[in-house]
Design a protein around this ligand. Sequence first.
Ligand code: DC
Length: 214
Amino acid sequence: MEKIIAVDGPAGAGKSTVSKIVAAELGYTYIDTGAMYRAVGLKLFESSKPLTENFLAEIVADIDIKLDDKARVFLDGHEVTQKIRTPEISKLASDISKFGFVRKKLTDLQRKMAERGAVIMDGRDIGTQVLPNADLKIFLTASLEERARRRFEELQLKGQLEDLNDIKKEIALRDKQDTEREIAPLKQADDAVLIDSTNMAIEEVVEKILALAK
Ligand code: DC
């Protein structure tokens, strides 16, 4: 039977890596909601204007965000899949995500995308707000040290040398913002299964979710 799977957790816990593999295994659609907040952040970034509520509302009013079946991201018709993966945009995505009107716009879109079922959606508030009736909810986490280490290695593989401590600080700041915001903060849903992947390989996490989805 086709299901709806919600995966939430802090930054860098491996949500998207794992969700993509689970989606491929089950023949489901993977929906990366973080990419949608990042697209809003990128639009603000490219305007070169400071973040004010009024200007953000203007941006969001006519924004066009699309994800295709290869998890590519399109902002106002242009592909931005790579452009949204910078530390600046990570921070901006978290900054703009505290505004209720931004969340409402993206939450409506996300619910529409999940209407047909057979989806795995990852983010911060999927199990608690976006899809509270999801068939399976996962809260995927890992220690801050481990998440920073994984991000460091990922960047190293791309030839980007960043300071491990800077990465740790960035992730910790984003977690704090995402957890402490008033509207739809990052939180484990009461009925979510907690997976701490600190000492787990990607395949182990995937196997666990697939077993739970059966
Ligand atoms: O998953 P990510 O790191 O790409 O998300 C970027 C930011 O977007 C994250 O720090 C907070 C925001 N976000 C959110 O508020 N709600 C979601 N469902 C997904 C992301």
